[in-house]
Design a protein around this ligand. Structure first.
Ligand code: ZN
Length: 266
């Protein structure tokens, strides 16, 4: 009887000590991460468009869903949206918002387009900041950066930002290069999730000098969820089910990214 009690006591003490260890471990991992979710464009800035669908309208529900999943299924990630409605906010404000919040990650969500005659092109792409603006990547940079031209005092606000200037190369080395490894890590997982779990055609991870990525002081990616100029993909992207698949893919990639940081940094 005594022995039995003793073993119960040992079990009890062990379980307390196990709980204390677990508590400590969970304390260590309760580090709050902040992610800024940026639904591209909005208001007067429509972004690109297909036959019917406007970029600003399709990226908003996808972005909001990513945030909902993060709030529902993780307890250590705080979500900050740059917009939750159809309102205009220029890229500088979005980047400043992320920097001021001292966010750990910036994820900008967009939809893509091709010039006429290339309607057959479809699939997803995730961009990280880079200065290799070759070919079609430069087309994306021109289009996604073009909103900055909507500003009347463009020169003053953007201080002559020119994606092709050598100055951008130098600023890039100072700013986003430090975060590039982590940006690529997240971007690769987003594309992998798109391909393996969301049934999308992944066109891969690419580099481009995108203004909003250039100005954020944290790992940052810009996701192009598909081509509105491809009729089949435009139709798919307008369905809530496809939007949901895409949002869950981005959610899983963000969740895994922070889990990876927890595992490697603790
Ligand atoms: Zn866009």
């Amino acid at each position: 009887m005594k022995v039995k009690n003793y073993s119960l006591l040992v079990f009890f003490l062990l379980s307390i000590s196990f709980q204390a260890t677990a508590f400590q471990a969970s304390n260590d991992s309760t580090k709050k991460y902040k992610v800024v979710l940026d639904a591209g464009h909005g208001g007067k800035d429509w972004g690109t468009r297909g036959a019917k669908l406007k970029e600003k309208d399709v990226v908003l529900p996808v972005t909001l869903k990513v945030g909902e999943y993060l709030k529902k299924f993780t307890d250590n990630i705080e979500v900050i949206y740059t917009r939750t409605k159809d309102v205009y906010s220029h890229p500088k404000v979005r980047a400043i918002q992320a920097n001021e919040a001292e966010a750990d990650l910036f994820v900008s969500i967009h939809a893509n387009a091709m010039p006429k005659g290339n309607e057959g092109v479809y699939g997803t792409e995730t961009f990280v900041m880079g200065t290799k603006n070759e070919g079609l990547n430069f087309e994306v940079a021109k289009r996604e950066n073009s909103v900055i031209l909507l500003e009347e005092n463009y020169e003053e606000i953007y201080q002559g930002f020119d994606p092709n200037s050598p100055e951008v190369d130098i600023m890039f080395e100072i700013q986003q290069e430090a975060y590039q490894e982590n940006s690529i890590l997240l971007a690769s997982n987003i594309e992998l999730q798109f391909k393996t779990r969301a049934g999308r055609k992944s066109r891969g991870v690419k580099q481009s000098s995108l203004w909003v990525l250039w100005n954020t002081a944290m790992p940052s990616v810009l996701v192009e969820i598909g081509y509105l100029t491809n009729p089949k993909e435009e139709k798919e992207l307008s369905s809530a089910t496809t939007q949901d698949y895409i949002a869950s893919a981005i959610f899983r990639a963000i969740r895994d990214y922070f889990e990876y940081l927890d595992q490697t940094q603790n």
